[in-house]
Ligand binder design. Sequence first.
Ligand code: FAD
Length: 303
Amino acid sequence: MLLEQVLTRLRSMVRGDVRSSEPMSRHTSFRVGGPADLYVRPADLPSLVAALDILAGAGLPVLVVGLGTNLLVRDGGIRGAVVSTALLGGWHLEGDRLVARCGSALSGLARATARAGWSGLEFAAGIPGTLGGAVAMNAGAHGACLADVLERVTVLGDSGPLTLGRDEAGFAYRDSRVRREKLVVTEAVLRLRPTSPAQAEERIRQVLRVRAESQPRGVPSAGSFFRNPPRMAAGALIEQAGCKGMRVGGAEVSPVHANFLVNRGGASARDVLTLAARVRERVAERFGIWLEPEVEVVGEDPS
Ligand SMILES: Cc1cc2nc3c(=O)[nH]c(=O)nc-3n(C[C@H](O)[C@H](O)[C@H](O)COP(=O)(O)OP(=O)(O)OC[C@H]3O[C@@H](n4cnc5c(N)ncnc54)[C@H](O)[C@@H]3O)c2cc1C
């Protein structure tokens, strides 16, 4: 099927946003990235299912994303379709369980559950992105991660919806079965502990204070660029290798936090990747450690 035909089908069957040749720089926190052939943001779950069916039927590659806060899209963009769950929010509490849709903002869930007197998600205050992205990435901070609170997750696989318990979700450091097997998270159930709103909100203030003091603010990035090697902090290695403030084009190693590569304005993916390669080489020369990216690099170089 031609892209034009797929676009027409999507527009008639999917509620939400359906675009073609959509610059991914508009949909990533790095503000970098070439166009996706098709960009779909379904407004409800049936529309998500319909969009995935249409795209699978057309044989197009599909990348499911949330808010694009852990993505670096190359300058040539993405062939096939990007489907964002950003409009699929909504949550409720059932006793000590939080039932939330994949597109819910993680940080908002942390604040709302704290306000309601539930503890467990405070670590996630200030982590941008959606719940679906956080499950896929096993997002974490301050010694806690999503796997600590997840009870079960509903995913769409090749043969329809499936519920995975925590042990079946294959969590590892910033990784999960969802990510490895490219499953699509639609909903997750998190188990929380009762506390006083005052305590949970104080914990959130602490978490946000630490972030404000240690991370660059108001400048586009995708958070920590490299994964921490076992028992080491990538940021400390990069700083000790003398990389803070290094620049390539519009990309810079943040002078505030060395593991944040930031877009100082007008950075291309090529700038970011060239800078990342130089950082890796310097760290390897100095410490003999080869850093691996935590940010997902997707898409194509320009032809
Ligand atoms: C300033 C800043 C600070 C950050 N701090 C932290 C931090 O402290 N800790 C941390 O862990 N991360 C951090 N991040 C990275 C990022 O916010 C997290 O990885 C986040 O969980 C990604 O969510 P997202 O919705 O933006 O996912 P995206 O970036 O859109 O996608 C990331 C991955 O998740 C997959 N995915 C997204 N949604 C779904 C879904 N519904 N079903 C299946 N797969 C899906 C995508 O395919 C992709 O593989 C930070 C980023 C920024 C910009």
